[in-house]
Design a protein around this ligand. Structure first.
Ligand code: GRF
Length: 193
């Protein structure tokens, strides 16, 4: 009956702590009826690749520079996703804009996590920008992607107040929330697909 499990692919470019949190949540049944079947990575030195090895999850590394175009790069990824019967894609620190090849193949089935309360502080420097702006309420957003940077239907958000002066404390709290909120959002989206 394991074939009934939904297959999740996580895309990561770096550390991969969210990748590991999602994989662990599946193993602990905190995400129902799904498993992380695949890691897709675009960076040779990403620590996420080492986590995949330890977790015994197949990992595929594709260098976008080795392809003639974004669509050729994504077509190669798509072949791999199909080979693993992937149902849902979770972007977790994947530092690329997903193009039409993947968006059209997985409509409303690509999630992203962003370390701010969207629509505030889009982009790669969200935490530092929010901190330097002096906000007192920080947060995390999980959303479906639609091709624009950090846009698309919001699935889950969680906020917290912070009045201190340490960006490290803010980052730590954000990552703690991410590791809890992403599995929660995945559960709610899986019930619709
Ligand atoms: C997270 O903060 C996520 O919100 C952002 O990139 C970071 C990835 O962290 N999109 P990790 O690689 O999962 O540890």
């Amino acid at each position: 009956m394991t074939s009934q499990l939904k297959n999740i692919a996580v895309f990561a470019s770096g550390n991969g702590s969210n990748f590991e949190a999602i994989a662990t949540a599946c193993l602990n049944n905190e995400i129902n009826g799904a498993r992380v079947s695949l890691l897709i990575c675009d960076k040779h030195h990403a620590f996420a690749l080492q986590r995949a090895k330890r977790l015994n999850i197949p990992a595929f590394e594709f260098d976008p520079k080795a392809f003639g175009s974004k669509s050729e790069y994504e077509q190669k990824i798509l072949e791999t996703l199909r080979a693993y019967s992937i149902d849902l894609i979770c972007l977790a620190g994947y530092m690329r804009i997903v193009g039409s090849t993947l968006l059209e193949a997985f409509p409303k089935k690509i999630l992203n996590i962003h370390p701010s309360l969207l629509p505030a502080f889009k982009g790669a420097m969200a935490i530092i920008e929010a901190f330097e702006f002096g906000v007192k309420v920080f947060g995390v957003t999980v959303h479906l992607i639609d091709g624009a940077i950090d846009e698309g239907t919001i699935i889950a958000q969680r906020a917290f107040e912070y009045h201190g002066d340490s960006i490290t404390e803010v980052e730590t709290k954000i990552h703690e929330i991410e590791h809890d909120l992403y599995p929660e959002a995945i559960n709610s989206i899986l019930s619709t697909i």
